[in-house]
Design a protein around this ligand. Structure first.
Ligand code: FE2
Ligand code: FE2
Length: 337
């Protein structure tokens, strides 16, 4: 089934006839005591709220999260936001749609990003840190596959396919410049491991075959601790393989790598069990914060539909943003038809 109508292009009073992926579905009871369905549809261009007011009982088992549905209805403005009122909804099989039409993805090519990442690994000099980076990013095919696909978040920043890899490559590039800038006061290899591994746990913290959500492991353990567990496991494996390391992995280096991962959220209240206690951990934290904010605000400005030079209110940042000329250009080739 051809996807020819995208959420981003829908306008008030448009007739809707198009397939979507269901991101959220809940049955609620209106003020009049009648049940209705509260839905969020997504496609690669964005997401939109939807309501089913009539014949709710027949849709309840059908309109479930992660299913593809053909929707007939009407787009209308409600409290300043677009919403679809659904008249008809039909479940589609996976072979009737092209999954890539429904998932937002990075404007950058995953394979090209991954070779940039491996270029950073090749440029490392400490034999222990380099062997660890290779064990994770070169030798483990499952990790490579997941890193190429994973988003960096459910909604906050880089929340699209390959978003994590885009974020990691961007951060590592900035860390590379900062290491030249500050010279001997920063350990470039340790910074790089911070760039590569700080969020690597997200490849298992999130599920992202269809809509993005937290996994059981993500909810109960989280990506900081999962990253430390991965580093522990890979160092043990390296030590068991003769010739991979010049000697036993030095204890202090092991602790520093784990610290950079555990401290990267910067504050206890943002989920870091430790605050940064070496310069590399501080720098990784600040660059991570910078890169995620730049991406979040850029994405917000690009998606904004308000006319004129100012966006609508950004609730996370509690402000309106100025829209420069690029805000009015079409997004990168990969993202739109
Ligand atoms: Fe993180
Ligand atoms: Fe991050």
């Amino acid at each position: 089934m051809q996807k020819n109508q995208y959420i981003r292009d829908l306008k008030d009073k448009d007739t809707v006839q198009s397939p979507f992926l269901i991101k959220f579905s809940a049955t609620q009871v209106g003020k009049n005591g009648k049940p209705y369905m509260n839905l969020i549809f997504q496609d690669k261009s964005g997401e939109i709220e939807a309501r089913i007011w009539e014949d709710v009982s027949q849709h309840v088992g059908q309109a479930v999260k992660d299913s593809f549905v053909l929707v007939e209805g009407r787009c209308q403005m409600y409290q300043g936001r677009k919403q679809i009122v659904v008249n008809r909804l039909q479940i589609l099989r996976e072979d009737e749609i092209l999954p890539k039409d429904y998932l937002a993805e990075s404007e950058l090519d995953p394979d090209a990003l991954y070779s940039t990442l491996l270029g950073f690994v090749d440029s490392m000099s400490d034999p222990y840190y380099k062997a660890l980076a290779e064990a994770v990013l070169k030798d483990d095919k499952e990790i490579t596959d997941r890193v190429k696909r994973a988003p960096a978040a459910k909604s906050m920043h880089h929340a699209y396919k390959t978003g994590l890899l885009e974020h990691v490559v961007s951060i590592t590039g900035i860390l590379d410049s900062l290491s030249s800038h500050y010279g001997k006061y920063l350990d470039r290899d340790l910074l790089f491991l911070g760039g590569f591994f700080h969020d690597i746990g997200k490849i298992w913290e999130l599920s992202y075959d269809r809509t993005t959500d937290y996994t059981m492991e993500g909810k109960l353990i989280g990506h900081l601790v999962m990253g430390v567990e991965l580093v522990d496991k890979k160092i043990r494996e390296l030590e068991a393989q003769p010739g991979r390391l010049p000697g036993a992995f030095p204890e202090e280096k092991k602790l520093l790598v784990k610290h950079v991962i555990l401290a990267h959220h910067g504050q206890y209240e943002y989920g870091s069990p430790k605050r940064p206690k070496c310069l590399e951990a501080l720098v990784v934290h600040m660059v991570d914060d910078l890169d995620s904010k730049v991406n979040a605000i850029k994405t917000f400005i690009q998606a904004d539909q308000a006319p004129g030079r100012w966006t609508g209110l950004n609730r996370a940042y509690e402000r309106f943003f100025f829209k420069p000329d690029w805000a009015f250009e079409p997004k990168g080739e990969n993202n739109q038809e």
